[in-house]
Design a protein. Sequence first.
Length: 222
Amino acid sequence: MRDTFHDELDQIGGALVEMTNLVGSAMSRATTALLDADLNLAESVISADQTIDDLYRQTEERAFDLLARQQPVAGDLRVIVTGLRMVGDLERMGDLAEHIAKIARRRYPSSAVPPELRVVLLEMGQIAQRIVAKAGSVIAGQDAELAAELEHDDDAMDALHRRLFKILLDDEWSHGMEAAIDITLLGRFYERFADHAVSVARRVVYLVTGEMPVKDPVSPVG
């Protein structure tokens, strides 16, 4: 019975890693769709979000089922509760990639990104992909040391986010209010994506060490 229980715990961990792969792919394709004004790619990200949502629900249901049937305590309980929190973060990351794709679709056939901001958005996309890939490795290996690296990646994302606003607020901005709103939203989506990945990493640290993580970068409404 205990072997079966731990097999099911392993399945939850495997689903979390799979979600990081799906979310990373979604962010990669959403960024390309955004920068290249690729409608087909944007549509593929939007439609694929259902797969992420389905895996989220399946994992959540498995975790609640284990809580009800096994009434776990101590370390096993911590694994399940932490998994429930992480799967919520990952589902939200998928939604944020979808939001980026929807902006790309809404502005098609034009690009939503003015030329002077392409490099910044590209870098934000690259950091987002790197940070979610690390989050997957952190989950798979329960690697608390690697988790600390995500904090530095998040700092780099925050710096780019500030850079976006500096350009938006410059007197030489000439792309109008609509483009400014798009860029403001995009910056927020990338920044929140990184925050959720850091939240996942901090939960792994808690799982490994038993120590509560520092203040979560993601608010309850994030």
